[in-house]
Each structure stands twice: as C-alpha cells, then as structure tokens.
Unconditional design. Structure first.
Lengths: 437, 470
C-alpha cells in the first residue's frame, strides 16, 4: 500500500503542476473612488446576473464598550432608509427577484445584493442597496424590535453547548482585547445600547475610506463604475479607524470548565494564532493541514474518530483575522470520554509540534491544497468571497495568481520552524463545556 | 464529515426559463454556458445523467441510491445512514480510509449524505480526474467489505453524531418528536439518524443485508455536472459500472398515512432557554397527487408566507404584531411520500405560545378567507424566476436537483416545468389549497418547553459564576 500510494502521489504532483499552470485566475480590475473606497471587479459573462458586496471594518472588533453595537447597526440598515420602511425596502428588492444579504462578524461587516442584469431589475436593486447603505433612517420602532430579537438570540446561544464553548474560548484567549466579546452582544450590553449609539457608530464607520466594494458578474466596466458611484461613491470620505490593539501572547495555560446538562462535552484547545497578513501565513496554513485541517486525511480525525470512534467531528484550524486570530482544536464527545479525548488532542499536538509532518503527509497536503484550488473559484459567489477578503485585508492583487506557488514553496523545515516558534504547547487555553450537567 | 440532511432546502428548486431573461437583455453572453442535459441507461439498468457546464475546469460527480430513512422499518432505524458511513470503510482494492485519501491527494473534495428518500455520494474535483471517481464509486457499489471491527468503531461515531445533532439540540429534538407524533404509519415518522436504541442494537449482519438489498446499479443513478463531454462520461460509465451485477430490488409497501381524526399535540421538555413551536398540516406532494396544480399552489403559498423579508410572516408576525422573533414555513414538494407543510416559530419575549399559535392560525385563516393580492403573487413569482438563474451559479446544486428528482421517481425533466407552473398559479388556486389542506383536524403541534440550564463556570479551579459577559 505504501508503495502504491507514493506512486499515486508522484503522478499527482505532476498533475497538480500541469493544472496549476493551465488554470487562469480571473482578471481582477481594481480602482479607488474619489472618496478613497477600494473597488475590485471581475467581469463574468456566463450568467445574466451580478453580485455586489460592500465590506467594512465596522464589525464586532469596533464595538468598544458595547458588544453587539456593530451587529445591530448593520442589522438596522434595511429596516428603514430614505423614508421607506422595512416592508417597502424588502418589496423593492423582492419585486425584482433581488436577494439582499448582510451580516456583521468579528472583523468584517457587509451588505450586498444579488440581482439579474436586466436593466430595469438591476436599477431597482442597486438603488435600493444605495438607500440602505447611504440613507438609513434607524427608526425608533425598528431599533426596539431588532434589539429585542438580539436578546432572544442571546438566550438561544446560551442553550447551545457549542456556542457557550466558543464564547468561553474567545474570552479566555483574548482577555480584554476586542476579540474577546461576542459579536451578538452580552446580557449587559444589550440592556445599554441606545439609538444614539447606533447613529454615532454608523457615522464613524460607514465611510468611504473604511469600505471596499466588490462586484462579480455580467456587466461591463462602465456599468460597474456606475454601480460604484451610486452606492459607495456617495458615502462621505470619513477616516480609516485606528488599528486594533495587538493581541498579547498568553503567559500561562488556562482551563475553563463550564457545567452544562448536555450529553456531550464540547472541547476547545488553543491560543492566539496568526493574522491574515502574517508573514508566516502560508507556512502555518500548510502546517495545520495534515494535522487537523484536511478532514479525513488529518491526524486528528485518524486518531480520534477513525481509530477510536470518540467523536463525529474533530479538527484544528487557524482562523486568520485582522489582528491575531485564534488557533483552535475542537471536538465533541460523550461526557465520560472527554478526558480521554482531551489528552489525545494534547499528545497529538505535542508530537506534531516536536516532529512536524512526514514527507508523504506534506506532499499529499500540498497536492490537495493546490489541486483543489480551482474548486474554490468555480462560482460567482465563491469568487466574490475571495475578492472581499483580498480587499478587506489589503492582500496583494495577485494573491490568486501567486497562491499555488506560495503553497508549493513551503517545505518541511519551514513547517518545523513555525510549529516550534508559533505554537506554545505549554500555554494553551482549554475549554470544556458539558460534564453531563 | 459524513453528513445527513433532514430537510434538504429545495424549497425553491428551479431551472430553465433563462430565455425570459435573455430576451430582455441586450448584452452578449458566451453561448457555451448551458448545453442541456443528456442521459442514457446502461444495460444493467443504471441511469447516467450529464449536464455539461464550462464555467471552470472542474466536475461534480454524484452517485444516488434509492434508499434512505423512509425505506427502513422499526428496529433498524438509521441503518441507511450507518451504511453511508461504512461505504468509506473499504473494499478489497481500496482498504478502509483510502477512498478519502486518494480523492484528497488528487485535489478533490468528497462526502456523502443520507436523507429520508435517498443516499448520495459525491466528489468535486478537477475534470481530468473524472475516471478516478467513477472507478472508485463502481468498486464500492458491489464490493464493500463491511468489516465488523470497522463497524463497531463507526457506530460509536454515529452515536456521537446523534448526540451532537439531535439530543443536545432542543429544536432538533422537538422536530424529531413532532414527526414521530404527526405520522402514524407513514415512514417519515422515524428519524433519519435512527433511534439511539436501534443504533445500540444494530449488528454488522443488518448492514450486510441492507447493502445487498439496495446497492446495485439498477437502484442507482450517476449524475455528472461540469466541464466534461457527455459522450466521454457515458463511455467511462459503461466501462466502470456496465459490468456490475443487478440485484432484485424489493417493491416498497406504500404505507399511505391513515386518516387523522383531530388535532395532535406533543410537548418536549428539554434543557433550553427559548421556547419553540412547530406546526404541520398533512399535505400531498408531486409524487403522491394527481392534482399537480394543488402542489404548485402549495409551493407558491409557502412563498407568500415565508419568501423573503417582504412575505406575510415577516410583515405581520415579526414586524406588525411583533409576536414572533422568527417564523418560517417549509414545504418539500419533491418528497417520495405524503408530507407536512410545516410552520416553525420562536415567540418574542413575553409572548405566550398560545397567543403566538393563535396569530399564526389567523394568518392561515386569512389565506382561506381572502384572495392574495396580485402584486403579492407577482413578487413570489419574480423571486422564482430570478432564483432559476442564480442557482445556476452552483454546479453542485444543479446536480442535487437532478439527483433528487430522478431518485424519488419524478424524472429530472420535471424541473423544467417548475417556473412555468409557478407562474401559472392563480390567487384562486392559493385560496383553494389553503381551504382544502389547512384543516385543524389534520394539524399537529409540537411545543418545546425550556427546562433549567444552570451554567456554572470554573476557571483554573476557581468558580466564576454564571456569567461570561463583558
């Protein structure tokens, strides 16, 4: 089996090389508006539709003393704008079949629309998007209603052992850093947010110099420019928010146990990991892949699910963010098996950090990452996601063109070095939620 | 991960009528976007369906089997899903775990899903590896090892899956018990993942029987969508699947649901903090009804209630009266058996479940008493037409639709009727189906009543109380 496998791999590397060279990344056109907003546009004429998304550094990390403020502000945009109420705005989008979407996460807030390119439909969709972005009214009744709904959502998170575990993990890893707090708010903050807070947040963060617009679809450059001018082009320039504080490294290990009456215990182990613009980004990404980032091919799935049947889902990943995002290992298992599963996670990590991946493992991972690269770009919605990421995190415009080369450059020594220098096995946060209550 | 899908979101499954858009659009489009669907049936009865699509040099392959939760009988619930997991546990040529390893090494993604009416296995991969996928799928269609040691480990994984997805999720638990009460003899009363007791007592021989019974080329459909030539796919399919032996596939008993003689209610008490309501009316589906107009009218009606933020539920219940935090409607017209038109809702703070239920019923009554406005119908239809274009953005979704319609016995051709049929639905037809099917005596209501979830935190051995807040 070993031998056969190596042959497959060797062929594969060759294949991957060929595919990589043949595959042409989409051509990205980019420019800036007069007010300083960034534009990324890919023309794709295959289907008569266009996706437009505006991304802003206006999410949970900008909440300040009021977790949930960014999410509520984002959620209220389409609840009343340019004198139209939520019903009228929704009817405008939906009468032309357009799909409005929005959300606010930890780093990134966004809003956008998917519409047919037929002119009469597209005009209505884009003009309504512009109303929502530029002219929100923040009506009092909508504010009260959406705040009440966020409180119910808060309650719902408290009945999910998975959400409880994630919240406890971020709190333990990030302490007082803005990443410590849930984007959906806390019990206290949801009692304190006022409409004035919302209006002030919008005025400060929904500005051109803090925004990127990405467009993918069957329109020409001129139409794209018109969409830009109609939407983001009418935002005031404003100013870019100050950089977020750096994330301090953990000084010691920490264990958080939360009793909850669930059948399974939810376990997270981790620490601050890397930034989206980290100099070691590709090395760390490849390093994690054979360990816990490649599903059934990974060591963690092999040791915990396949060999011992301890969990349905087990994985590790770096979640790169503007500032240092977390490195996390996660699993769920029947409460009485939690200790066994946890010590396996720890010993697998210790072994991997000490020795790095085998040669075969690394080759397979690189084949998988490079070979599957075209799968991530085979639809407008996936492409839109990539463009949003490139724009939001100020990644180089040739990010897609150089991606495969950047992955291939990573070798075993690089991985051994970054594992040792970037993962502090003695300073892990461990969160266990469950224990059968 | 091996996943199972309880309610596949195929609410607005649509395709075709791209013409509608192209006529009014002046821009030139590449003429190779769609070249239609082609299919053949191999001599052993296996159907092969190909949709060419040159958007990217990749391909989606899916093998669909006509077996799933609704094929099972009491005592072995969950067996179709267990077998799905074991399909990755090896053949003589491809030992346990190698299937996933080989696909991964070729830059592919693969997985599988089990639903009430089907089990499917898929790969997404660079188009030059199509043959690799077909040869691996053909191998495990008839040559699965079904080793007992592998089974004993995997069944524990599946129990963990059940704990994760159902036992520790109060809304899932409520749905499970809702289905179990709504139906008496229709097989949809059983959970796809299976009752825990059935998982506890399942034996490898049960799996061997199940595999021998259902996994054969004459009970399977291959769907391929992507940058491939249909001719080439047909040739490869013949080469790899053509020599596989057929099996005698049992005829399913109809198990048509018996008459319901009055409203049914079920209460679920579980650790939770947010109450939850599920209501369901017995309804037919395309497969079980001769009156297709009724089915499309029900589909459009679900759009009136829950199609977007301008729909009646959002307008009247979330915004207007503000009795619900969220409320949705669901109808799967592509089920194999008679199904349920369900409404699920979370009450706003301080609103009683009784009040919320009464106001949801008011919405149903309004559909029975008054004709919906033409403008409202037009809005749902506009969304359907637009979605029929949007969904072509995903090859995987295209393949899913073909696979589902073929596997429940409708044939993929029926999807081309969808947009026309929906566009033809009248206000009178909507009122007609609301009066015909939304009868109190055919209603089941399930209610989640939250039980205490005291949370105690201990950090490095020191109690910090209940609070994770700022």
């Amino acid at each position: 089996m070993r031998i056969k496998n190596n042959i497959i791999c060797a062929c594969l590397m060759l294949m991957a090389l060929i595919v990589g060279n043949v595959y042409a990344s989409p051509e990205i056109q980019s420019w800036r508006t007069e007010q300083g907003a960034k534009v990324l546009f890919v023309q794709n004429k295959m289907l008569p539709m266009v996706d437009v998304r505006i991304v802003l550094d206006a999410a949970g990390s900008r909440d300040g003393e009021l977790p949930g403020l960014a999410k509520l502000t984002n959620g209220l945009l389409a609840e009343g704008a340019a004198g139209k109420d939520a019903q009228e705005l929704a009817e405008r989008f939906e009468s032309v079949g357009a799909q409005f979407s929005n959300d606010s996460l930890r780093d990134m807030a966004y809003l956008g629309v998917r519409t047919l390119t037929d002119e009469q439909y597209m005009l209505t969709a884009i003009n309504t998007l512009a109303d929502v972005l530029i002219r929100p009214d923040f009506p009092q009744d909508a504010f009260e209603r959406e705040l009440a709904r966020m409180k119910v959502a808060w309650e719902a998170r408290k009945q999910s052992p998975s959400d409880i575990a994630e919240e406890a993990f971020f709190k333990a890893v990030y302490g007082e850093h803005p990443y410590a707090f849930p984007a959906g708010g806390t019990e206290q903050s949801l009692e304190s947010i006022t409409l004035q807070d919302i209006e002030a947040f919008y005025a400060e963060y929904y500005v051109a110099s803090n925004a990127t617009i990405v467009i993918v679809g069957a329109i020409d450059r001129k139409t794209a420019e018109e969409i830009v001018i109609t939407t983001i082009g009418s935002l005031p320039a404003g100013k870019k928010p100050d950089p977020l504080p750096a994330v301090p490294e953990l000084a010691e290990a920490k264990t958080v146990k939360v009793d909850y009456p669930s059948k399974q215990s939810h376990v997270h182990v981790g620490q601050p990991g890397m930034k989206r613009n980290d100099k070691d980004f590709f090395k760390l990404y490849v390093a994690n892949h054979p360990f816990g980032g490649s599903g059934f091919a990974s060591r963690l799935v092999q040791a915990i699910r396949e060999d011992r049947g301890l969990a349905y889902s087990v994985s590790s990943y770096f979640s790169p963010m503007r500032e240092t995002g977390p490195f996390m290992m996660s699993l769920q298992t029947r409460a009485d098996q939690a200790d066994e599963a946890l010590s396996l996670l720890q010993s697998e990590l210790d072994t991997y950090v000490a020795n790095g991946p085998d040669k075969d493992e690394l080759e397979q991972s690189i084949s998988n990452i490079t070979g599957s690269f075209p799968l991530g770009l085979d639809s407008n919605s996936k492409l839109l996601g990539f463009l949003a990421m490139i724009g939001f995190y100020d990644l180089p415009e040739d990010y897609l063109d150089t991606y495969i080369d950047n992955i291939r450059k990573v070798d075993r020594n690089d991985i051994k070095d970054v594992l040792k220098s970037r993962i502090a096995v003695d300073n892990m946060v461990t969160v266990i939620v469950g224990n059968g209550g | 991960m091996r996943i199972y899908i309880t309610l596949v979101a195929v609410v607005t499954l649509v395709i075709g009528l791209t013409l509608f858009v192209f006529i009014t659009d002046k821009q030139p489009y590449d003429d190779n976007a769609e070249t239609g669907i082609q299919s053949i049936v191999l001599k052993n009865g296996m159907k092969v369906i190909v949709q060419e699509n040159r958007r990217a040099p990749v391909v989606v392959t899916q093998v669909w089997y006509k077996v799933g939760g609704s094929y099972e009988h009491d005592g072995i619930t969950g067996i179709s899903h267990v077998l799905e997991h074991l399909m990755f546990k090896g053949t003589t040529d491809t030992p346990a775990g190698k299937f996933s390893e080989i696909i991964a090494a070729h830059g592919g993604k693969e997985n599988a899903f089990t639903s009430k009416d089907y089990t499917a296995y898929f790969q997404r991969i660079s188009n030059e590896h199509l043959e690799l996928c077909l040869s691996l799928e053909a191998d495990r269609m008839r040559n699965l090892l079904l080793d007992e040691d592998e089974f004993l480990k995997e069944i524990e994984v599946i129990k963990e899956e059940r704990r994760l997805r159902t036992d520790d999720k109060p809304t899932s638990l409520t749905y499970e018990r809702f289905n179990a009460v709504a139906f008496v003899n229709n097989p949809y009363r059983k959970p796809i993942i299976g009752w825990m007791e059935d998982l506890d007592t399942m034996k490898i021989d049960d799996l061997r029987d199940w595999y021998q019974t259902w996994y054969a080329p004459n009970n399977a459909t291959l769907v391929v969508v992507g940058d491939v030539r249909a001719k080439q796919v047909f040739a490869l399919a013949k080469e790899h699947f053509g020599s596989l032996k057929t099996a005698e596939i049992p005829q399913l008993k109809p198990r048509t649901e018996v008459q319901q003689y009055g409203i049914k209610r079920v209460v679920v008490k579980a650790p939770a903090r947010v109450p939850f309501l599920v209501m369901g009316y017995k309804v037919p589906v395309l497969n079980t009804s001769d009156i297709k107009d009724d089915i499309y009218a029900l589909e459009l009606l679900s759009g009136l209630l829950d199609g977007g933020n301008s729909s009646r539920f959002s307008r009247n219940l979330v915004r207007g009266s503000q009795i619900a935090t969220s409320v949705g409607a669901n109808y799967n017209m592509y089920a194999l058996h008679d199904s349920l038109f369900t409404i699920s809702a979370i009450p706003a703070n301080d609103i009683s479940m009784d009040d919320m239920e009464a106001m949801i019923i008011d919405q149903i009554t309004a559909l029975q008493d008054e004709l919906p406005a033409e403008e409202e119908l037009a809005r749902v239809k506009a969304q359907v037409v637009a979605s029929s274009v949007f969904e072509q953005d995903s090859s995987f979704y295209q393949a899913m639709k073909i696979g589902i319609m073929e596997t429940v016995g409708l044939g993929w051709e029926i999807k081309d009727e969808y947009v026309d049929r929906i566009n033809a639905v009248t206000a009178e037809q909507v009122q007609h189906v609301a009066r015909k099917y939304f009868l109190e005596d055919h209603l089941t209501v399930a209610e989640l009543i939250p039980q205490s979830t005291d949370i105690q935190s201990v950090v490095n051995g020191v109690a910090t109380g209940e609070d994770h807040a700022h």
